[in-house]
Design a protein around this ligand. Structure first.
Ligand code: NAG
Ligand code: NAG
Ligand code: NAG
Ligand code: NAG
Ligand code: NAG
Ligand code: NAG
Ligand code: NAG
Ligand code: NAG
Ligand code: NAG
Length: 661
């Protein structure tokens, strides 16, 4: 009976082939529960299908898609279904249409791709553990292996609660429909994989046709099983392929299953996500540039960005070319539904730009992948550049410090032995998943960076709640001003895929000055050594706030290292020391002077309750910042003792030298 059914299916497939021609070019199927809490005996599962087709599709009203079809969200009339293929008892799964909404259309003669995607929601019993898939015919003719063969793309949908009692979400992935690599060159290709269940252990493996023994119990790849040349190596844990393409002007089908395990010690995966796409092998033309174009910024590759629903997103893709005459002719993309692509512009030599516009809608909640690859007029393709948009989630952003004792510490004037820095974000943050995400301290005068830490792994950068603490190990130069820059993703959201904060490059965002003891008193009048002028830190008072006081206890200044201040001149001096600003006029050795602030002056100044922070803001800011800084002090002082000690010794030596002068 089964065999008869299969024959019928094959027969239908052949009919399909007659209708469709050889159009299939790969795809992805994934799913997730709308809510991962178990309630009752059923779950609402959202199932995502994305397929790539040949752009030339005769059964469709328009012979070729264009960007207008993307904007109009034209339906690709596949006229077929994703059915249940194995273990189908015990479920109410009903077959889903494979008609897709157009998301990308690529007219490049090598790519000729028409991509679409579709989301459906089904209510399924928790006993569902089925293999669903789309099997028909056929792959196109120019394949290294599998030319004109039928296709099969399958996914395992298992609604059983996980060992932690929650419903599982399958891994998610994204790819370009066609990735270009030169002939006879060993290449490394990374397939992106991510999972909403952050602790899952992900492994990818080759799809295979062993329907009797494989996990999905069906032929997972049909014509393109082992579609890559012999000698291809797949490293499953990071889904990295290494291969050499032997024949130019041919396409190579790649079929993988990405599987999530509750932990590495579990034998069976909880789902199995197929990803099928093509590699294209070329021989570089004689006049080709030695360097393929590359997509530089505005976002880093593999970034994850939170985007709110209903707000138009304007994303710019910047492409760099490296030779005169190297022209970007195409940007191949794989986009979420509704994202439109501008024409490619060339605003300056060697720089090419495409703008993406997209207003996510509520039903797109969750991760939405986007990939792009730029192609020049010698058919050189850039490395794929992929980002994940987390719809319905706001990326954390670093809060610009506007108040003393506010979101960043320290600001104003600090001692040259300052080692603890902290900044707050708008939501809970964690370490970025990518190395190369730096925080740098720059000298204001030259813009030179004096200190950088890679937040990807540096133990000097500590993430805790809403706050990031940076422990520095250098002695700042007295009298200098510094500012801090942070790369894209320095603060990453602590939810799935770590939606990233925007880069901070603005010199005025977070800056501080280093107190110069040599200038701390008027050279003409003082006889007191500067060391006695050190100010006791007010620490973190929670009862009053005064912008004249910095987090370090030294008077705040405007923008440069001189500590001239007018805000506190009204405070009556409690000691004999001069507290007014201005140059002294005595004699030829005139020097700009600054007020020296004795501890008591300082405390007086800061006692004035300036109602800048409302009670609410105090509640919001202070406990977090104060507690975290306190915790950081006690916790990390010991951790960084050796370097601190060294820094302290250097500092003392320097102070001595200054005093000796
Ligand atoms: C998921 O369902 C639980 C239980 O019904 C509910 O408390 C929770 O708010 C839901 N979560 C979301 C995001 O809807
Ligand atoms: C699926 O069905 C096969 C037989 O076709 C069986 O061997 C396998 O255990 C079933 N898998 C599950 C998860 O029920
Ligand atoms: C993938 O993992 C293998 C083995 O651990 C390693 O050699 C390789 O460098 C990794 N590739 C990438 C791109 O991280
Ligand atoms: C994107 O551009 C549109 C039109 O120029 C503008 O209305 C919108 O606010 C922009 N979106 C963002 C997030 O800046
Ligand atoms: C690419 O286009 C530029 C400008 O039209 C031209 O000068 C160059 O020769 C072209 N390169 C190739 C390999 O066709
Ligand atoms: C930093 O230097 C000041 C002034 O010399 C000193 O009072 C303070 O204790 C030092 N702080 C640390 C953490 O070493
Ligand atoms: C980041 O760099 C550190 C130090 O070089 C290395 O140990 C770590 O494996 C890297 N992590 C990634 C994800 O590349
Ligand atoms: C430092 O950077 C700012 C802004 O990026 C620029 O205006 C200024 O000229 C730079 N200064 C130096 C010395 O390079
Ligand atoms: C620093 O501030 C003083 C006093 O406001 C001003 O005279 C001086 O020009 C400033 N220096 C720089 C480099 O901006």
């Amino acid at each position: 009976m089964k065999r008869v059914l299969r024959f019928a299916l094959v027969f239908l497939s052949i009919l399909g082939m007659v209708l469709d021609g050889a159009h299939f070019r790969g795809g992805i199927i994934s799913w997730r529960p709308l809510n991962n809490t178990v309630t009752g005996s059923t779950a609402q599962i959202q199932i995502h299908q994305r397929y790539f087709w040949n752009r030339e599709w005769s059964s469709f009203p328009t012979p070729y898609c264009t960007e207008a079809n993307v904007a109009a969200q034209t339906v690709i009339n596949v006229g077929s279904y994703m059915t249940c293929l194995a273990n189908c008892s015990g479920t109410s799964y009903t077959q889903l249409s494979t008609n897709m909404i157009t998301t990308d259309c690529d007219s490049n003669p090598i790519i000729e791709s028409w991509a679409g995607e579709h989301y459906d929601v089904e209510i399924l019993p928790l006993t569902t553990s089925i293999t669903i898939g789309f099997q028909s015919s056929a792959w196109f003719a120019s394949l290294y292996i599998g030319a004109n063969d039928p296709w099969s793309i399958v996914n395992r949908l298992n609604c059983a609660p996980r060992p932690d009692g929650l419903l599982n979400s399958s891994p998610v992935t994204t790819t370009l429909p066609v990735v270009f690599y030169p002939r006879n060159t060993r290449v490394t290709h990374v397939v992106q994989m991510a999972d909403n269940d952050a602790t899952d252990y992900l492994v990818c493996r080759w799809s295979n046709s062993a329907s009797g023994t494989n996990y999905n119990r069906v032929d997972e790849c049909s014509g393109v099983c082992s579609g890559l040349p012999p000698g291809t190596i797949l490293t499953g844990v990071n889904c990295t392929l290494s291969f050499t393409l032997p024949t130019a002007n041919l396409y190579y089908g790649c079929a993988l299953q990405i599987e999530d395990f509750f932990s590495s010690s579990y034998a069976n995966p909880m789902s199995s996500v197929p990803i099928q796409f093509l590699f294209y092998c070329y021989t570089a033309a004689a006049g080709a540039c030695a360097t393929a174009p590359s997509i530089i910024g505005v976002r880093p590759n593999r970034a994850c960005i939170g985007v709110p629903v209903g707000v138009q997103l304007n994303e710019t893709i910047e492409i760099q070319t490296y030779c005169p005459g190297q022209t970007i002719v195409d940007l191949v993309t794989s986009s979420p539904t509704g994202m439109t692509h501008s024409a490619i512009s060339n605003p300056s030599p060697n720089l090419w730009i495409m703008t993406l516009t997209w207003t996510p809608i509520a039903s797109q909640d969750g991760p939405q992948g986007f990939c792009a690859g730029a192609i020049d007029n010698s058919s050189l393709q850039s490395a794929p550049w992929c980002i994940t948009y987390l719809v319905g989630y706001d990326s954390p952003n670093l809060i610009r410090p506007t108040l003393v004792q506010g979101s960043a510490s320290p600001i104003g004037t600090v001692f040259s032995n300052q080692t603890l820095f902290s900044i707050q974000a708008t939501s809970a943050v964690g370490r970025p998943s990518l190395n190369g995400t730096n925080i740098c301290f720059h000298l204001d005068t030259t813009n030179a960076s004096v200190l950088c830490y890679d937040a990807g792994y540096s133990p000097n950068v500590i993430y805790t709640g809403y706050t990031i603490v940076i422990v520095t190990t250098i002695t700042w130069t007295p009298g200098q001003s510094y500012y801090v820059t942070m790369d894209n993703g320095f603060a990453s959201g602590s939810v799935f895929c770590h939606a990233e904060s925007l880069a901070i490059t603005d010199k005025t965002f977070w800056r501080f000055d280093i107190w110069d003891p040599a200038l701390s008193s008027t050279t003409t009048t003082t006889t007191t050594p500067p060391t006695t002028h050190t100010v006791t830190s007010l620490g973190t008072t929670t009862t009053s706030i005064n912008t004249a006081c910095t987090t370090s206890g030294i008077v705040v200044t405007s923008t440069n290292a001189s500590t001239t201040t007018t805000t506190i001149t009204t405070t009556p001096p409690t000691t004999a020391a001069p507290t007014t600003a201005g140059p002294t006029t005595t004699g030829a050795t005139t020097e700009s002077t600054i007020p020296v602030f004795y501890p008591l002056d300082f405390e007086n100044a800061c006692k004035q309750p300036v109602a800048i922070m409302s009670a609410v803001m105090m509640v919001a800011f202070m406990p977090v910042q104060t507690l975290v800084m306190y915790a950081a002090f006690t916790k990390f002082t010991n951790m960084f003792k050796p370097s601190n000690t060294a820094a302290k010794a250097r500092h003392q030596q320097r102070m001595k030298n200054i005093l000796r002068r």
